[in-house]
Design a protein around this ligand. Structure first.
Ligand code: NAP
Ligand code: 8YV
Length: 309
């Protein structure tokens, strides 16, 4: 008898095919009546693939053994509740570091050199009336990385290749890192031309990029967020972008995805992408393979490849 697995989101086709080969898959996101669906299949479910698992959903799945999250960030999973119920949780670290770091750099370059506006300028025939205004460059600027973890280090390596100075903030100084550490985020923002956010979402980081931090970044400062919208006070960010309190923002993530405030969409000093930092075919395939490999390991009684609980 195949093991029953609950899928909570649409996943990559290759990942869905691999799951279907191994499990009896039940798709919660396709259920017309979620309650009735869970009442019927919930008691049989031993595994979840995807995210968005709160304590209430866990209570509907009394035989649940493992949640294999599709993504390195697992802020949509109530991990203390999983731990209390002896449910294992896995994520997809490392395989997406390069793709996400490339997106961070793409947002920085797009903002510094105003790539979207320059492209529109040429398409709209404005070049024939005169030159595009001067832009700014990354060389010599200071980038503060909020979260010098796996992805943060890949961003640092790329920023160094662009001849930038690097500083970082996290809960702890990393003695093996050569860059200047700031224990205080606001103090780091004051020292930065660029603030790049790549720390986890969740209650511990909710709103840590506050109005005060944005004020410290200042009118020549630019913000890039490839982490989670929840880390930023989005209302304050919009206000500061409108008033010139900060120079610009490159955002891949938002407070209420996929809804992006009209006020942000109307601004010229922002570059917006649809939470796609890891969304290359190669990287998403690797993430899907890691989801499946963790499930295989669990049901074979082997150590998990990337457990967070
Ligand atoms: P990681 O290796 O765990 O690194 C996270 C870093 O954040 C660490 O350096 C950690 O340093 C710091 N940090 C953790 N909690 C903090 C706190 N409360 N305050 C300040 N700093 C804190 O994680 P990763 O693999 O690089 O991924 C980082 C995040 O990127 C993920 O959690 C995810 O949300 C996001 N992400 C987004 C996309 C996208 O598509 N946009 C794709 C992948 C990942 P300390 O331990 O010293 O605090
Ligand atoms: C994915 C991500 O877009 O890994 C993460 O934390 O945010 C991204 O890689 C997301 O998890 C896909 O649902």
């Amino acid at each position: 008898m195949a093991i029953d697995l609950l899928q909570t989101h649409k996943l990559l086709d290759t990942c869905e095919a691999a799951l279907a080969e191994r499990f009896t898959v039940h798709k919660l996101h396709e259920a017309a009546d979620r309650d009735a669906f869970l009442a019927e299949v919930g008691p049989r479910i031993r595994a979840v693939a995807g995210g968005s698992v709160d304590a209430d959903l866990m209570d509907r799945l009394p035989k649940l053994e493992i949640i294999a999250n599709f993504g390195v960030g697992y802020d949509t999973i109530d991990t203390p509740a999983a731990k209390a119920r002896n449910i294992r949780v896995t994520n997809t670290p490392s395989v997406l570091d390069d793709a996400v770091a490339e997106t961070a750099m793409a947002l920085m370059i797009a903002l510094a050199r105003q790539v979207p506006a320059a492209d529109r300028f040429v398409r709209e025939g404005k070049w024939e009336q005169g030159n595009f205004p001067f832009t700014t460059e990354l060389r010599g600027a200071t980038v503060g990385i909020l979260g010098l973890g796996r992805i943060g280090k890949e961003i640092a390596a790329r920023a160094q290749a662009f001849k930038m100075r690097i500083v970082y903030h996290g809960r702890q100084r990393q003695p093996t890192e050569p860059h200047l550490y700031y224990g205080d985020l606001e103090a780091m923002a004051r020292d930065c031309d660029w603030l790049v956010i790549v720390a986890p979402g969740g209650p511990a980081t909710q709103g840590i990029v506050s109005r005060q931090v944005l004020e410290a970044l200042g009118p020549n400062g630019r913000l890039v967020n490839v982490a989670r919208g929840s880390l930023v006070d989005e209302a304050a960010l919009i206000d500061m972008l409108q008033s010139g309190g900060i120079a610009g923002a490159g955002l891949d993530v938002f407070a209420d995805e996929p809804r992006v405030p009209a006020a942000l969409r109307e601004l010229d000093n922002v570059v917006l992408t649809p939470h796609y930092a890891s969304a290359t075919r190669t990287t998403r395939n690797a993430m899907g393979a890691l989801v499946v490999a963790n499930l295989d390991a669990h049901f074979a009684g082997n150590p998990l490849l990337s457990a967070v609980v």
